[in-house]
Design a protein around this ligand. Structure first.
Ligand code: ADP
Length: 443
């Protein structure tokens, strides 16, 4: 308690002194700069302590001490010469302790002492030595009033406290109203958001339903197309075959001789009918593959034998001396697949390569890649621009300026490779030739 200085002392002998102590307490509290409410708290605590001490025995005294250093604090010590009452007095002052920062009851040098302390607010003027002197002088001049004065002062305090309570209640009501309004706003926002969310959800659900519907329609359309192609091509095959048969008959040496003009025209009819039969057969194959009516029959395929067979059937097509037709030794001896379908795919690719290569070479090869086998049909032909690499797999698509064909070979080949569980891709650029790659699982 360095720097603690006594401000004033007073005796505590008779009941009247309790009022006087209370008044003095408030006066000291005001003088050192405690706020109005704290002045009342300290005065009330002090009058309670004085009352209890007086009841314990006469001849007590009260000392007010200011502590200007550190956290400026006002201390009050209320002493009573009768020793040994600590526990009893302490028990009576439990509630009072709440009115101040600290309240302790202890044995003093001569009897029992109650010590209280209250910190001064930061706004209080500093307790300089001069100010301490002023305060002391003021307190000495302080004349204690009568109990009536004290009653009136207490009434004033009560009114002030009631005013304060009312102001706080008004504040609380205002805060509550604000809170209710905010809640209202939050609820409105929440409802708006959940409405929006619900609407979005409904939109998404509707979109999904539409998508499902569209994909059903698409599947139905694709099935209808395959059925139509299969039926039409099937129906066309018989009459076209009959036309071819009739032209052969007309050209037969055993038949009636034709004039050279008639022979030329029958030749044209036969050629066109042949083209038509090719188209019809291609359409029928594709329609069957698309309708899922091609069931692969898998067995161990001997690739050397397959390559030998392809070499034999395609050599007659590769008649131009400028084009080397090369069938390499397969680097993989065999794989498990459908031999007929695989042969059909490779024949298709090789026929294209021969058809679209004016000079250079056409090469068939097979090698293992990871767990798969890759077949490549590479040519040194005109090549295909990158933007058409996917289009050539569409039905009836032909690169503009291409030789006559049906535009059905590649879509059919890709479909068959899919049925075999593999993939078909092309690498090509104009002037750099084309390489078609069939990748199939080894087993
Ligand atoms: P088609 O050969 O009967 O016309 P395809 O479906 O087999 O039908 O091929 C589609 C088109 O792709 C061909 O018309 C051609 O323009 C192009 N094409 C296919 N293979 C090659 C190739 N090896 N080199 C260059 N173009 C090719």
């Amino acid at each position: 308690m360095t720097g603690a200085e006594s401000l004033i002392r007073m005796r505590l002998r008779v009941e009247q002194d309790v009022f006087a102590v209370r008044q003095l307490g408030r006066e000291v509290a005001r003088a050192v700069g405690l706020e109005q409410q704290d002045q009342t708290r300290l005065a009330t605590a002090l009058s309670e302590v004085a009352r209890v001490m007086l009841a314990a025995g006469p001849d007590g005294d009260v000392e007010f001490i200011a502590e200007p250093n550190g956290v400026p604090t006002l201390r009050v010590a209320v002493g009573n010469p009768r020793p040994g009452g600590v526990a009893e007095i302490g028990a009576q002052l439990v509630q009072v302790g709440r009115l101040v920062d600290t309240l302790e009851v202890g044995d003093g040098e001569s009897g029992t002492v109650v010590r209280m302390a209250r910190r001064l607010p930061a706004s209080a003027p500093r307790l300089t030595p001069e100010r301490m002197e002023d305060i002391r002088a003021g307190l000495v001049r302080h004349v204690p009033g009568t109990p009536l004065d004290e009653l009136s002062a207490q009434n004033q305090q009560l009114i002030a406290a009631l005013d304060e309570v009312r102001a706080q209640r008004d504040d609380l009501a205002r805060l509550n109203a604000e809170l209710a309004e905010t809640n209202h706003g939050v609820m409105a926002l929440y409802h708006q958001l959940s409405d929006e969310l619900e609407e979005t959800n409904r939109g998404v659900v509707a979109l999904y339903a539409e998508l499902d519907e569209r994909s059903l329609q698409l599947r139905a359309a694709s099935e209808a197309k395959s059925r139509f192609l299969a039926n039409v091509s099937h129906e066309l095959r018989a009459p076209v075959t009959a036309v071819i048969g009739l032209t052969r008959l007309l050209l037969d040496p055993a038949s009636d001789p034709l004039s050279s003009e008639q022979r030329r025209q029958v030749d044209l009819i036969g050629g066109s009918a042949g083209d038509l039969l090719t188209l019809v057969n291609d359409l029928l194959d594709l329609a069957k593959a698309e309708a899922g009516r091609v069931e692969p029959q898998c067995s161990e395929v001997d690739l050397r034998a397959l390559f030998g067979q392809l070499r034999g059937t395609l050599r007659p097509l590769a008649t131009r001396p400028e084009v080397d037709f090369v069938v390499e030794e397969p680097a993989v001896p065999s794989l498990r697949s459908d031999e007929v379908l695989l042969a059909r795919v490779l024949r298709n690719l090789l026929t294209n390569a021969v058809k679209f290569t004016a000079d250079g070479s056409v090469t068939l090869a097979a090698r293992a890649v990871d767990d798969d086998v890759e077949f490549t049909v590479a040519d040194t032909g005109a090549g295909i621009p990158a933007e058409l690499h996917e289009r050539i797999f569409e039905e009836f698509y032909q690169v503009p300026g291409s030789k006559a064909g049906t535009g059905l070979g590649l879509p059919y080949a890709r479909r068959l490779v899919g049925i075999l569980g593999g993939s078909l891709r092309v690498d090509s650029a104009p002037g750099a030739g084309s390489t078609f790659t069939v990748r199939l699982p080894k087993s």
